[in-house]
Write a protein that binds this ligand. Structure first.
Ligand SMILES: [Zn+2]
Length: 373
């Protein structure tokens, strides 16, 4: 999920918002201000309803952010990289790179989010109780009580044992712990995600058709999203199990052709491009990789500027390169592959370039191992 704009950093993690979050924000604020509050607390001013609805929606999203930040903090503490947190149509998502190293880490990272939501629910519940004791049972009480309920609901929904929900991660951790097989555990959690998705669509359509309202369509939409996400996770898990035991050195293209960073794009197009059958060219300096040029990046340079543009200017820079070791498990490399190099990794031994791994090397390895199995 791409962030449309950045809000800033929380606990060192960039937090962004996708425009689609506005849809759900508006639905919540409007639903509270125009329906729920007027029904439960009649005869207040329209401004009062609007303010209470907006405030409750804002605090709800702050709570959602706290849920995601807790995932991010635990992920970092367990050695994973966190690319960022994005709020979007279906709530929040913390983008983690890499995989938890054991079921315990998976359990902690996944479990903390629903726990935070549950604690927030209890916190708002306590405030609502205090307000009620003090005789304050107006709009403020209504907003706080709604926040208590919605956070508990969020915790319960997220703990449903189905990928990609937090509960799916917990299920995966449990199956992983019991069988010692992470890939199989992922497939089980993904299948459960598919089942939950189908159930939600069924329930949602039934609600909608029986006239309960548009909430049913929302459930069906979430179910549809779950099915898509669960399918992607299952494919990823199957790739993972096909590649078990395969090392980077087994699939890499050894000793790739390289070029110097100072070469111009014009020279590259004239002398390399057609003689060279790969679509990426590592740049090296005394054998050390300093960048990676892809045909796509070269294509972006207008013809009249080719003679004055060096490869270094269009290459992925050294700090954007994904480096791997020959003895590394291919499965450990996959989550680290980045967009900049179109999913390629450079293989180094003692800092010297010895090979390159491209997406076609990886898909060939998957095909081979499925044939063998
Ligand atoms: Zn979560």
């Amino acid at each position: 999920m791409r962030a449309s704009f950045r809000l800033g950093r929380v606990a060192g993690v960039p937090v962004g918002v996708n425009w689609s979050v506005l849809v759900i924000f508006a639905l919540i604020a409007w639903g509270l201000a125009a329906n729920q509050f007027p029904r439960s607390y009649p005869d207040r001013s329209p401004v009062g309803y609007a303010l209470a609805g907006l405030a409750a929606a804002v605090v709800f999203f702050v709570g959602l952010l706290a849920h995601e930040v807790s995932h991010a903090v635990l992920a970092k503490r367990n050695g994973l990289t966190v690319d960022g947190i994005t709020l979007w149509l279906f709530g929040g998502v913390a983008e983690l790179r890499g995989e938890p190293r054991d079921p315990g880490a998976e359990l902690r990272i996944a479990g903390v989010g629903p726990l935070v939501s549950l604690l927030l629910g209890a916190f708002f519940g306590a405030i609502a109780a205090l307000l009620a004791l003090a005789g304050q049972d107006g709009l403020l009480f209504g907003a706080v009580a709604w926040l208590a309920g919605i956070n508990v609901l969020l915790a319960i929904f997220n703990i449903l044992p189905a990928a990609p929900l937090d509960g799916g991660r917990l299920l995966r951790a449990a199956v992983w712990k019991a069988t010692g097989d992470r890939a199989r555990a992922s497939v089980v959690a993904a299948r459960a995600g598919w089942v939950l998705g189908v159930l939600l669509i069924g329930l949602g359509l039934w609600q909608f058709l029986s006239g309960v309202g548009f909430g049913g369509l929302w459930l069906a939409l979430i179910g549809w999203f779950l099915i898509g996400a669960a399918g992607a996770e299952e494919r990823q898990a199957r790739t993972g199990s096909a590649l078990r035991g395969v090392r980077v050195g087994d699939v890499m293209t050894p000793q790739p052709q390289t070029a110097s960073a100072e070469m111009t794009v014009a020279d590259f197009v004239d002398h390399y491009l057609f003689a060279y059958r790969h679509s990426a060219l590592p740049l090296t300096e005394e054998g050390r990789p300093t960048g990676l040029v892809t045909v796509d990046r070269v294509r972006g340079v207008p013809a009249e500027r080719r003679a004055s543009t060096t490869l270094a200017e269009v290459a992925c820079r050294a700090d954007q390169l994904v480096l791997a070791q020959t003895g590394e498990q291919l499965n450990d490399l996959l989550p680290r592959l980045s967009e900049c190099a179109d999913g390629r990794a450079l293989v180094v031994t003692d800092g010297q370039l010895v090979g390159i791994v491209s997406p076609s090397d990886i898909s060939r390895a998957v095909q081979h191992s499925t044939l063998r199995a």
